[in-house]
Design a binder for this molecule. Sequence first.
Ligand code: SF4
Ligand code: SF4
Length: 227
Amino acid sequence: MIIAERKPFEEIKAMVAPYNRILILGCGTCVTVDFSGGEKQVGILASELRMARKLEGRPIETVEFTVQRQCEWEFIDPIAEIVKGVDAVLSMACGVGVQAMAERYPDKVILPALNTKFMGMPIEAGVFVERCAGCGNCILALTGGICPIARCSKSLLNGPCGGSQNGKCEVNPDIDCAWQLIYDKLKAQGRLDALLEIMEPKDWRPAGGAGPRKIVREEVRLETLDV
Ligand code: SF4
Ligand code: SF4
């Protein structure tokens, strides 16, 4: 899932400074699961903003609402009337949701309340880690199911680098060296010979190097068109 983090409060406060009535819009999917932009976080941010603006002597009116997913028209179309009634929308979705809102409501000021970080997962309560960089050509079959693009600090395809020490990464000793993990995994599976194959330089075009990516599923389009 997408992992995000709320922007610093002062940054958010400065963004909404010109507005008197705002919609704080949560998203009920990834950012609810990672505790950055769900219904609860909408409520917390709204009361923080109201309190801060009251102290400044120029109160702000907040409308709170959370849709199931901000990245799909079917969930953001029904809130047109709510959007119409505010000066600006403070979106607590990931960057995709913010852009979907900006595209659907082109006359409205849509502001991001979150910094979108990465695609990852929770490994324990409240701890989220990066697992995939969306490179467009998955090589996990060759690396024991451990992604060197997202998890090696240098995204090396043939590691480890010379700085790997005691299983830790030289860039950040708090994280495991991804290539040590790959080695250990392949060894445990009796597949170390896979490491003898040198990986060619990666073609970054499927990773976005050829511009914004798009996927078309013809079968779904045809079904929708009822052909
Ligand atoms: S190899 Fe690419 S697609 Fe596969 S997990 Fe890593 S970044 Fe994601
Ligand atoms: S120490 Fe390991 S994880 Fe860190 S950059 Fe080198 S190979 Fe990658």
